[in-house]
Design a protein around this ligand. Sequence first.
Ligand code: CA
Length: 512
Amino acid sequence: MYIRVNPRDNVAIVVRPEGAAAGSELPGGIVARERIPQSHKVALRDFATGDPILRYGQAIGYANRPIPAGSWVREDLIDMPLPPSLDLLPLCTAVPSPLPPLTGYTFEGYRNSDGSVGTRNILGIATTVQCVAPTVEYAARRIKAELLPRFPNVDDVVAVTHSYGCGVAINAPGAAVPIRTLRHISLHANMAAQPLVVSLGCEKMQPALLFSNDFPVLESGAPEHVLDQGNVIRLQDHRGFAEMVGLIMEAAGKRLAVLDRRRRETCPASDLIVGLQCGGSDAFSGVTCNPAVGAAADLLVRAGATVMFSEVTEVRDAIHLLTPRAETPEIARALIREMQWYDDYLAGGRADRSANTTPGNKRGGLANIVEKALGSVAKAGSTAIRAVASHGEKVTAKGLVFAATPASDFICGTQQLASMNMHVFTTGEGTPYGLALVPVVKVSSRTALAEKWHDLIDMDAGTIATGHATVEQVGMDLFQLLLDVASGRKKTWAEHWGLGNALAPFNPGPVT
Ligand code: CA
């Protein structure tokens, strides 16, 4: 059994877990010339040197030697094409018509005073600098053990610690990225948009810089009120460790009492801001979990929600398929701007987009970044692209939005946290990834992974490959699961085990 995605494709993916044995007959009368592992590609016809190898109806590369039908089309037989030129892209030439609105879908969320909606009720302790992280984590452990049990309506206590804040060129253009990312995370909807803040005192990223409008490279709307309410604890103002911890715990106790009085209320699905990403992808990702997430994305967009797709290096080789879907020329040009910025960033480090693929991707049958990108963008569904956000900017538009991030799982997740209140993560090879501040719903590309990691994977999209479910069915199931998880009716496995990866802000600026 094999899967061909597009009628134009001249290769297909082997589905059976044991692979295809040499001499076995494949549908269409082709005979496997050698053993071909699961999720790898079989040639459906003879290739001459230079012939395009088509998957998803697109050239993922060119045969660098003759390849007979029935061969295993391995990475080393394929020359990678150049990325699409950013100067010649079609803009807004195929803007999808809006799909019919989907009404009546709701979830139970926490409404915040700034208009945002939380899916969890968390006491967050924001930090300005890494120096204070272990102290805040110590205090958070004691708050969870000694105070939290008295406040049953509060879900968790999270020390929002990170590696940024000092020893950096704080006025360099690149500094805007980590600063605005951390500002938006510090005001996260799941922390009631009201953090406690712990500062050291002498650090470069002062609380006033994190929360004021004075820092010119940040977008407007900074909530300076955070600084006015006695919410900031400066460790250098206090005498001894025990006093610092005592002050953090005293402030936490007051905040917990306020948070504990909050109740969930019925909110339209349009209040969801869902971040999508993939990690540890394989050749099935682009035919099972990513298209299913795309189907769920279309449902969310129809319900008025915001859906963010990201990961610049996994979009770059499919950009010619995305600029036609931009709703306006300005949005298309913003997409191109983000691609160009990242091309230049990689070139500055003497790398290019081919640095993206991992050994696991290749073991999973992905020959190169072109094949990976074509499967990755399936997460974005089929609707028009309504907005583009640069690295760490807060997304405010409804509908499908490209939010630029690196593809690195923990950096992408950190940056999407600037905006999202729900996270969907697809995986082929598997990762126990999670985030402390938002539920992470993990979707597997293959049933074998969902069975092996039965207590880590939240949904199996491998049923699409075996013909037991359609993309649309899994997409609808995921949409419903997101509403249940957002409402707190269900927990993700990452939440069950308390798996929260460290925040990893993207810092393209210089370190001093
Ligand atoms: Ca990723």
